[in-house]
Design a protein around this ligand. Structure first.
Ligand code: SF4
Ligand code: FES
Length: 258
């Protein structure tokens, strides 16, 4: 007769919320352990069998995900008190009970699912793109020196995950501060040879309400960013650029030619 194999369970506590405006509440789950699980696989297991640790039937937990390889930023949540991506959070590396909460900087849609619109709205506000609209073939883009391309590539890794906004004490429901990620994108697109055509507009956008002046230099963002983006260096560089821009705006120089 074969020996019975004892099932190991993972202890999970989830802060849930049924609608954007309803009160949050906690539920506990015991999820069967499998080797190599990440937080997403815990949530999938709960989705398959939505029963709490005390045997009560409940609704499946909602969350967002897409790429499953820390590239899209959709699956961000607070795991054991730290904002991060749930697809790259491995169960074996987490203390139990594993506590899952939605990021508090963004409105909750349901459970762990949040609405990151404020980040996308900020990207629109600062024109975080290179405008090359046209119905004809524009040919190849300008060449960039290799060192600059490598540098720009690091900044381009931002996945709009929201972790830096969650980590920043100055981004909250009482403030309209756009946070570090959109600011860093201004630096990226202003450094692009074609993107530089709209440099003035981007700088002016971050000199206004909710922009650069709201940064309190806590430096939490740069520590929290999963992509290692040099956010505080970007902010310091933009401080210099906006000071120059302020003088240009004030003296009305022909700033498109220098
Ligand atoms: S800068 Fe880093 S932490 Fe902030 S949104 Fe982009 S990837 Fe996420
Ligand atoms: S699912 Fe895309 S970053 Fe986790």
């Amino acid at each position: 007769m074969g020996q019975a194999v004892e099932t190991k369970y993972i202890s999970v506590e989830i802060e849930r919320q049924d609608t954007t405006d309803s009160q949050p509440y906690w539920e506990k789950f015991n999820v069967p352990y499998r080797h190599g699980m990440n937080v997403i696989s815990i949530l999938m297991e709960i989705q398959r069998n939505p029963v709490t640790a005390d045997g009560k039937n409940t609704s499946p937990v909602s969350w967002d995900m897409n790429c499953l390889e820390e590239v899209c930023g959709a699956c961000s949540m607070v795991i054991n008190g730290r904002p991060r991506q749930s697809c790259s959070a491995l169960v074996d590396q987490l203390e139990q009970p594993i506590k899952l909460q939605p990021m508090s900087t963004f409105p909750v849609v349901r459970d762990l699912q949040i609405d990151r619109s404020r980040m996308f709205d900020s990207l629109k506000k600062v024109k975080a793109w290179v405008p090359i609209d046209g119905s004809y073939d524009l040919g190849e883009g300008p060449r960039m020196p290799e060192r600059k391309r490598e540098w720009a590539y690091e900044l381009s890794k931002c996945m709009t995950c929201g972790v830096c906004l969650e980590a920043c004490p100055n981004v909250n429901t009482h403030s309209d501060f756009m946070g570090p990620a959109p600011l860093s994108q201004v630096r990226l697109f202003n450094a692009h040879p074609t993107g530089a055509m709209n440099k003035d507009e981007r700088l002016s956008a971050i000199m206004g309400e909710g922009g650069l002046a709201n940064c309190g230099n806590s430096q939490n963002c740069v520590v929290a960013c999963p992509k290692g983006i040099p956010l505080t260096t970007s902010i310091a560089s933009l401080n210099r650029a906006t000071t120059v821009q302020m003088f240009k705006n004030f003296f009305g120089s022909d700033h498109m030619v220098d």
